[in-house]
Design a protein around this ligand. Structure first.
Ligand code: HEC
Length: 115
């Protein structure tokens, strides 16, 4: 009987550990565009005034408040990978994050809109 209890306790602990591991993996996936924007140092050159995100650049930062007008998520993903250009120019910085992060930030850019 005691051994059975011990076994159940071990199973329960393993279950809890697995569940919390899953939760942390999900937290990783749930990163939002804004987080990736700062993690990938987009704020070295850009601000997003409409969201109150300041640029680290002292002057001449390019504001992305209305970035959605430039294209859809597919376009942004390519543009940030320097696979396509905008107004005849490639983006100066190559995206360094994962594909997952690229997708999230590209979707997120399509939501940046000033009325
Ligand atoms: C080294 C500086 C630099 C970094 C870092 C940088 N950008 Fe840019 N980005 C630019 C410049 C310069 C342009 C403007 C190109 C032009 O219009 O000729 C631009 C243009 C853009 C545009 C198009 C804006 C428009 O309306 O014309 C988007 C969207 C954009 N960047 C997103 C990002 C994202 C997202 C990141 C981070 C992953 C990032 N940029 C990192 C310099 C940078």
């Amino acid at each position: 009987m005691k051994i059975k209890h011990l076994f159940l306790a071990v199973v329960a602990i393993a279950f809890i550990a697995a569940a919390s591991f899953n939760a942390s993996v999900n937290a990783e996936e749930a990163k939002d565009g804004k987080t990736i924007f700062t993690e990938q140092k987009c704020d070295m050159c850009h601000s997003i005034n409409s969201l109150g995100i300041a640029s680290k650049k002292k002057s001449g930062a390019i504001d992305l408040s209305n970035a959605s007008v430039e294209g859809n998520a597919e376009f942004f993903a390519k543009y940030l990978k320097k696979e396509t250009d905008l107004k005849g120019k490639k983006h100066p910085a190559q995206f360094k994050g994962s594909d997952e992060e690229l997708n999230i930030i590209s979707e997120w850019l399509t939501t940046l809109k000033t009325e």
